[in-house]
Design a protein around this ligand. Sequence first.
Ligand code: SF4
Ligand code: SF4
Length: 150
Amino acid sequence: MLGKGLLEGMGITLKSFFRKKVTLQYPEVKLTMPPRFRGGELELDHHKCIACGLCAMACPNHVIRLTTGTNEQKKRYLTSYVYQSGLCLYCNYCVEACPTQAIRWDKNYENARYFREELDVDCLELSLQKEAEPAVETEEAATLPRRSAG
Ligand code: SF4
Ligand code: SF4
């Protein structure tokens, strides 16, 4: 039949026109990443960390630099923990290697920086800072500037 293709095309256009819109008005509206999203920067919970160094050892690219100390009870603790996000392969080996689930992805996909050294994240400092700050709304927290290790 003549014009069949045209009618089919119009049908698809009309169907799409009434379908639920999937486009987000970024950057005003941000996408919520699914729980299994692997990306952003590493977030450390210093309370859970036992300073075993397994995450750094598991990293194929030597992205995690950490130093440890020992207290009076001969218990190891972190003295520094720097994650160089610019070198990260997002392989997730570090997260899988951690026996206490002390590190996880922050799911923030807006990590562009002007300077390379700003890609180094002082995870220990951020974790301590988070503890010291009063609880803020999730949306507000997402817009807080992140401190680099440089
Ligand atoms: S995701 Fe992979 S490359 Fe990145 S810090 Fe973890 S182990 Fe290293
Ligand atoms: S593997 Fe986990 S517990 Fe061990 S040093 Fe890394 S973050 Fe801390």
